[in-house]
Design a protein around this ligand. Sequence first.
Ligand SMILES: [Mg+2]
Length: 362
Amino acid sequence: MKISQVAVEVVRVPVDHPYTAGGRAVDANWHVLARITTSDAIEGIGYIVYPRPDLMTTIGSAARELGEHLIGMSVLEPEAAWEKLARRGDWVGPGGLLHCALAPLDIAVWDANGKTLGQPLHRLLGGFRDRLPTYASDGLWVSLSPGELAASAKQHVANGFGAVKLRLGKEAAPEMEARRVQAVREAVGPDVRIMVDAVESWTLARARRTGRVLQDAGIAWLEDPVHHSDVAGLADLRRRLEVPIAAGEHLYHLDAFRALLEARAVDVVILDLARVGGVTPWRKIAGLAQAHRVPVCGHVVPEIQVHLLSAVANGHMVEYVPRSAGILRAMPRIENGELVAPQGPGLGLELDETAVRRHRVV
Ligand SMILES: [Mg+2]
């Protein structure tokens, strides 16, 4: 169970249908993929994924350098491994690029840990359940017209989803933003939950006005209405609106989540596995949220987040965006609107090695 080898690759997986997000054209999902081999020939994998090339090869180099310090450590001691690597890079952390480089290594350690013990990650980390509700988040972009958005949402519901999340922030008038929600509501019927993500695109004043209109349109949550650093603004919105406020995917450190929770600024905490630095810190943030009676959700990587969210009692929903489907043999299956955690040991995921080789950049 001692780590004998660590390898890191950067993999660019082209998307089937290029789209625009945050004003940028997206044509590929970039991965930093870590592999850990143990003395008893167990391989653990871990990766982060982002739909932009910026700094991905740099993060890959940082992960490769940090990974050298894992040699000789046990995959049964992920806390010790995380702390050791975090200390090596502490002069550029916590957070930022350091966490993004740490995350694939930490995930790979946990995967190898589960494979060594013969247990799937959702059990190893707590075992609260083995599945949880999922929502479709792909193909519901801000660049689409209300009609296109409605057609895309309807397709997701036909594919088995009971909830969808739209991106907003395009329209100047609150009523026009609400029109997008109404178009989707008409297409999917009354029983499908509709969440909206404003991707930090509004001022506080606009978020107050638009939030009220969207609340009346029947949304299930309002995500990232204002910039993540505006904790007071989020808390203000939470007091004024009846719709749940969701935020957290841009935060890196436990302390930032503590500030968000202590300010009573959110009803739902969203965790990005790359930014928080992997599974090891993820668990602490989820526990902190539970202490504040706040449920947690994952940001992207549903095939990994489903394990983490199933493990804890306050796991809420999995965001389904299959950004890594192109390098995996299979994605977890969806049953009755729920994503089922893989039952194999560790992550229970198998890489499509031919695809990894084909898309490998470094
Ligand atoms: Mg979001």
